[in-house]
Design a protein. Structure first.
Lengths: 124, 327
């Protein structure tokens, strides 16, 4: 067992330091890069918090849709093949719901401020 | 160093030029650079832009039209009365500046968030979509006989290229598969009318002033193809910068864009435009994935590229909103 603080706590502390102490001191292109860096750290924090649950739910939906077992990557590959071949499409029960849920879970990590995502969440 | 080289170059064609000041690199990768500078002469200074491939980087990669072609297109657009910089000089070997050209610098804004939010553009925003419709129509109507040699594309070829690129990444994306399937089933094939297509007509490549559009830039991926491609590309949600209810660049409606286009004497095919909007959304998604590939493979370990890779999911939600809208 590793000691505390947790990775999430450490990353949050670093991101807050960069955001609050360093940002006011940096100008020009490096200010932009600093903002991207902070965004990256925030993204990692969200992923650490959410990935476990969303991956498990995604795998469960895929197993149900495809009627088989496998790793998340294998299951996504199998679903991709079936969509490409036309074996499943938007009329297939559960497919649209699965793609929507999976995509919403990705946006929640990648870009929770993206306008399309906020619209679909019903918050804007 | 570059100011001296530019000074020598400018003296050979700008009458009364005594030198060059204020040279600053605006952007640049390894193979292509953009510089801003001022030409000093008896009457004051004239703002100029250098776009070049430095010495040793002559050939243009894959899809690029090439700097010589860009110069010709920009000059043709200018001569046709379209908003465009004037090309002042095409580089020659004697200039020792590489290949490329020098054009007039046009003042204005290219950053989307400022154009969409700053007060100084408040009067421009409501008229831009219609204006740009007219500008695109002008581009599509440029005289064919004078156009440079460019690659010819159509939706079938473009779709095959995109699919090949996506498959080369080796990572499954069910939403992209759905979009590819949707596009293959609706592929309209080569269009009856083939025209010059700008290819990247969107925020970032348009100089906007308080009075509206002032210049169209960056003809790097210009080609011959379906004119509806340009109308679809500017409607892609990725260029709305949060203003998702205004399909044209976050400032206007499709109706205004189409009205401007048709007022210039050309015809819109809205179904084809929608097809190209879906194509464009998927294309940007695949480009984001490509950034992630370059981040991994490239030597520069660019964090910005890495983070653009994480924007491909934005195009997935936009594709779902287009292809499988929820009630």
């Amino acid at each position: 067992m590793q000691d505390e603080p947790t990775p999430t706590e450490l990353i949050k502390a670093v991101a807050d330091f960069l955001r609050n102490e360093i940002t006011p001191e940096i100008k020009g292109h490096n200010a932009f890069k600093l903002r991207v860096s902070i965004n990256a750290l925030d993204l990692v924090t969200r992923q650490l918090a959410q990935e476990g649950d969303s991956d498990a739910a995604e795998a469960a939906r895929l197993k149900q849709l495809l009627g088989r077992q496998g790793s998340l990557l294998e299951l996504n590959r199998a679903l991709s093949d079936r969509i490409a071949k036309g074996d499943v499409d938007l009329q297939t029960p559960g497919l649209a719901e699965h793609l929507w849920q999976t995509t919403m879970d990705k946006l929640a990590v990648d870009q929770p401020n993206y306008a399309s995502y906020k619209r679909e969440l019903g918050t804007k | 160093m570059i100011e001296q080289q530019l000074g020598r170059c400018v003296a050979s064609w700008f009458e009364g030029a005594t030198g060059v000041t204020g040279a600053a690199k605006l952007s640049g990768g390894a193979s292509q650079e953009t510089w801003s500078f001022d030409i000093v002469h008896a009457g004051g200074t004239t703002g100029a832009i250098l776009r070049r491939a430095p010495p040793g980087y002559g050939a243009s990669p894959g899809r690029a039209a090439g700097l010589d072609a860009e110069a010709v297109l920009m000059q043709l657009a200018h001569d046709a009365g379209l908003p465009s910089p004037r090309v002042m000089h095409v580089l020659t070997p004697e200039d020792e500046l590489g290949t490329g050209f020098i054009m007039t610098r046009i003042e204005g804004e290219t950053i989307a968030r400022k154009i969409l939010r700053d007060e100084q553009f408040a009067k421009a925003r409501p008229i831009l979509a219609r204006q740009l419709g007219g500008v695109v129509a002008g581009i599509h109507g440029l005289p064919a006989a004078k156009l440079p040699k460019l690659r010819e594309m159509n939706s079938t070829k473009e779709l095959a290229d995109m699919e090949r690129e996506y498959r080369s990444f080796g990572r499954p994306r069910p939403v992209f598969e759905l979009a590819l399937r949707w596009l293959r089933e609706r592929d309209p094939g080569p269009s009856k009318e083939v025209t010059l297509v700008h290819g990247d007509f969107r925020h970032g490549n348009l100089i906007i002033g308080p009075d509206g559009v002032r210049a169209v830039l960056d003809w790097e991926i210009a080609h011959f193809g379906d004119p509806m491609e340009d109308l679809g590309w500017i409607c892609v949600n990725s260029w709305r910068f949060g203003e998702i209810d205004k399909p044209v660049g976050g400032f206007g409606s499709r109706e205004d864009l189409f009205a401007g286009y048709e007022a210039a004497g050309r015809k819109v095919d809205p179904d084809r435009v929608m097809f190209w909007e879906v194509m464009g959304t998927l294309r940007w998604g695949i480009m984001c994935c490509g950034m992630m590939q370059r981040f991994r493979a490239g030597p520069d370990h660019s964090m910005e590229r890495a983070m653009i890779g994480r924007r491909s999911s934005e195009t997935e939600i936009d594709l779902l909103r287009l292809l499988a809208p929820r009630a």
